[in-house]
Ligand binder design. Structure first.
Ligand code: NAD
Length: 247
């Protein structure tokens, strides 16, 4: 049977690549985004996909968007995320709250909506998009590292609460990804050289690397994996001693 998937923040960047990979693998995809026109444009390029408009922080909009998908999702990819850069002493509470609201509360709202529908259907799978910032906070990353480590724990909690009812929940932590919200950062050749030089695999990651991890985690072979974080970073989070040698 066709597997049904909803991807939040699916209109652009990594989310759009995840939608494309899922559609190519035969999933029926709901491309959910606060930018409904962009969601519909992305969906129009993919076989069988539909565009869904919702801000993930608005529970009523999320419910309406899931209703309009017209099927119970087997997979939710809680991918929508934002970052507001700035040192903590300079952050406004509004910016701090907004980042927690979209990355963490928005993921809760969409995962809750998905789980309520998955339970009577025999189960399903939640995947949240965290970041290596959940392990190593980036200076100037504001609330983003706190939001992403909160999301990691949230998905683990879904895993332990609903595993017995057939729901798996995992996260994927992308590293230095050449695309999406980081595209402007890596437009600078100097930054590209420094960052890719620090990655044991010797290159930046791509949205396709992240999409491949989604397909793997949702594959039948990964069916015993739940409550886990799959770090897709070319090895950089373990490269402290490599990158800071004694001499
Ligand atoms: N690009 C990277 O380097 C990188 C690295 C690690 C983790 N991530 C994470 O991957 C995910 C995707 O990032 P990206 O780089 O593709 O970002 P992006 O900015 O390119 O795309 C994000 C998408 O989410 C949508 N969105 C934002 N807020 C929303 C809301 N409230 N409701 C619904 N949709 C909303 C946007 O309209 C956009 O289409 C995010 O969770 C991000 O934190 C990205």
């Amino acid at each position: 049977m066709t597997r049904q998937a909803i991807v939040t923040g699916g209109a652009a960047g990594i989310g759009a690549e995840i939608c494309a990979a899922l559609a190519a693998a035969g999933y029926r995809v709901g491309v959910l985004d606060r930018d409904g026109d962009a969601a519909r444009a992305t969906a129009a390029r993919l076989p069988g996909a539909v565009g869904l408009t919702a801000d993930v922080t608005d529970a009523a909009q999320v419910t309406a968007a899931f209703d309009s998908f017209g099927a119970t999702p087997d997979l939710l990819v809680a991918n929508a995320g934002i970052v507001r850069f700035g040192l903590l002493a300079d952050q406004t509470p509004e910016d701090f709250r907004k980042v927690i609201e979209v990355n963490l509360v928005g993921a809760f709202i969409t995962a809750r909506e998905a789980v309520r529908r998955m339970l009577p259907n025999g189960g399903g799978h939640l995947i949240g998009l965290t970041s290596i910032n959940a392990y190593g906070p980036g200076p100037g990353a504001g609330a983003y590292p706190a939001a992403k480590s909160g999301l990691l724990q949230l998905m683990r909690q879904f895993a332990v609460e609903y595993g017995g009812q057939g729901v798996r929940a995992n996260t994927i932590a992308p590293g230095f990804i050449d695309g999406g919200m980081s595209a402007p950062i890596y437009a600078d050749p100097k930054v590209r050289a420094i960052r890719s030089g620090g990655v044991p695999l010797g290159r930046l990651g791509t949205p396709a690397d992240v999409a491949a991890a989604v397909l793997f985690l949702d594959s039948p072979g990964a069916g015993y994996i739940t409550g886990q974080d799959l770090v897709v970073d070319g090895g950089v989070t373990h490269a402290v001693l490599r990158n800071l040698p004694r001499e």
